[in-house]
Every structure is written in C-alpha cells, then in structure tokens.
Design a protein around this ligand. Structure first.
Ligand code: UDP
Ligand code: MG
Length: 325
C-alpha cells in the first residue's frame, strides 16, 4: 500500500494570544481524525503580546508543533513564505490563526487535493464588515480574475491546500500570497475552488483595513507584468515607444515642411512642443525596453530560472523525469 501523504498546516500569527489555545483545541482532533502524518507549523510574525509563550507551551507538550519565530513583524506573506520553507508535508494547508477559517474544512480540502494541485477556499458567506472589507475585496477579486485569467471568487481566503512542489517553487513578495493560485496556474497547475466556512473574529482585531486593497492592486500589476513580459520586456514598452516616436517624427516632418518649403514661422506652434515630447518619450520607452531585456537576462540566467516548465521527459517511451505519460 502506498504511504499516506503527510500534511503540514501553515499558520501565520501576529498578536493572537487569545486565539491560539482555541485554535489548537479545534485543530488537533481534526488532524488526528485524518489518519495521516501531520505537523502544525506556527509562524510567529514578531508578535508583541503573549503569542510566543502560548506557542512554546504547545510546542513543549506536542511533537507535531513546529514554531518559527520572526525577529520582527515582516507581514503575513513573509510568514507564509517561512512556513512553506520549513514545512515538510506532501500537502501544505494554510489558514489564519484567528479561527475565522474553520479547521473542520481540512478533511474536505485533503479529499479534493487528491486530483489537483491547488484547492482554494471561497468564503462564500464571509463574516466581515460589508463596506470596508467585503466590497473592496469583491472588486479586487473581479479585477484579479480578469487580469490573471484565473477565475476564482475569493483570492484573499487564506484557507487553501497546495501540493508540496507548488509552494516550494514559488517566491513571495509584498502581498503576493493571494496570487499563488495564479502563479501556479501559469506554470500549469490545476486549481479548484471550494466554498468554505467563515466566522466572525472573536478575539483581537483585524490587522488590515482598506489600504490593503491598494497594495493588492499594485501587486497585481507587478504579477501581470512579470507573467506577460518578464522574458520579453521590449514587447511591453516597445510598441508604445515606436508609436509615440512615429507621431513625433510625423509632426516634426509636417512642421519642417511648413518651415522650409512654405517659409512659415513655426516658433509659436504647440505642435512643435508635442513633436519634441513624443520623440523623446518614444526613445525613452525603447531604451527602457532594452534595459528590461538586459535585466530579464540577468534575472533568468543568474538564478537559472527556466523560461518553460517541463511536465515529463521520456526516452524510448520511458519517463526519465516527472510523470509517466
Ligand atoms: N498576520 C500575520 N502578520 C501580519 C498580519 C497578520 O501573520 O503582519 C496573520 C494574523 O495573525 C492572522 C492572519 O495573518 O492569522 C490574517 O490576518 P487578519 O485576521 O488580521 O486578516 P483578515 O482576516 O481581517 O483579512
Ligand atoms: Mg482574520
């Protein structure tokens, strides 16, 4: 019989002292019931309350508890990245520490991930403030779906399950953890979305407000740009550069004709200013694209980053790497 797949639960925590004992109490029986090897990876993101004491208490009495402690607050995304680094399970599940996600959903996630690479939770009945949280989040989700082409209702839900190789191969910056499904999908992973439970926060308070939406939108621009143009930045800047440059030269030619052939005075013509502006902008965009091309080469070559992702390689019909076809 095949070995049972192991599970790592990754939980970023910032000042959640009241929630931790409750979370542990709810999580432990669920994990026991899955009948698989598991570990609970708690990442203390520089908490200033009694979070660390609570976590150490758990660690002392329970061998499945792993505690990663940050020197200061680096943010939820960094905490998740640390969790991914130290997790050893075949399946990695992320969730919030504040019990807004329900550990009871874990068995269902484990069931679903059997035939895909990412299972993404959807807080269908979300228990947060409508105007300051749900509305901006609704708009952000629509925008992300549209821009990334990966259709999910709820990118922001932390409760998600991943196959190990998905999280081990992704680097996270900024608020990027919500884009993991999109990043994974772009390299060929199979994603499904399932409705999950959601509860109102009982202790402490949310660490975020509306300002996060703005940061998420900026991250979206970065992610989209990297996806579309990281191997060909001149294709992003070049067309605009050529277009602007073309019109710049065109207007310049018209004015030159008027000046040289017709002998008109062109000193006071606004078109002259526009023409010069367009020519300079056009040049600069092309140069920006070329600089990007150089950066792209440095980026890919220095880190040995592939420009493609291989599913399997066969020799004489036999798989030498990856899946058997
Ligand atoms: N969190 C974190 N570092 C931070 C902010 C939050 O590790 O800088 C954790 C927090 O403790 C919680 C999760 O990230 O476990 C989600 O945060 P929160 O509940 O405040 O977000 P919301 O549910 O309101 O979107
Ligand atoms: Mg929360």
């Amino acid at each position: 019989m095949a070995m049972k797949e192991s599970v790592s639960i990754v939980i970023p925590i910032y000042n959640e002292e009241e929630s931790i004992p409750e979370l542990y109490k709810a999580l432990k029986p669920v994990m026991e019931s899955t009948d698989r090897p598991y570990e609970l990876v708690f990442i203390d993101d520089g908490s200033t309350d009694a979070t660390m004491e609570k976590l150490n208490e758990l660690g002392k009495k329970d061998d499945t508890v792993v505690v990663v402690s940050f020197r200061r607050n680096f943010g939820q995304t960094a905490a998740m990245a640390a969790g991914f680094k130290y997790a050893t399970g075949d399946v990695v599940i992320t969730m919030d520490a504040d019990l807004q996600n329900d550990p009871e959903d874990i068995p269902m996630l484990l069931e679903k991930i059997k035939d895909c690479d990412v299972v993404s939770g959807w807080r269908k009945d979300r228990q947060d403030a409508a105007l300051s949280r749900k509305l901006p989040s609704f708009i952000a989700n629509r925008l992300i779906s549209w821009v990334t082409g990966v259709k999910l209702h709820d990118y922001g839900c932390t409760l998600k399950a991943y196959r190990k190789d998905v999280v081990k191969n992704i680097r996270l910056y900024g608020e990027m953890h919500r884009f993991i499904p999109a990043l994974a999908s772009w390299v060929g992973a199979k994603i499904i979305e399932v409705p999950t439970r959601h509860h109102a926060r009982r202790w402490g308070q949310s660490k975020y407000g509306i300002s996060r939406t703005i940061r998420v939108v900026l991250d979206l621009i970065t992610v989209k740009f990297l996806q579309s143009f990281s191997t060909r930045p001149i294709h992003a800047f070049g067309p605009a550069g050529l277009l602007l440059g073309f019109f710049g030269f065109l207007f310049g030619a018209i004015l030159s004709y008027e000046k040289i052939i017709l002998g008109h005075d062109i000193g006071g013509r606004p078109l002259l200013l526009l023409s010069v502006l367009l020519i300079i902008l056009g040049f600069q965009l092309i140069i920006l694209g070329l600089l990007g091309e150089m950066l792209a080469r440095i980026y890919h070559e220095s880190q040995d980053k592939p420009v493609f992702y291989v599913k399997s390689i066969t020799k004489g019909g036999k798989a030498t790497e990856g899946e058997t076809p």
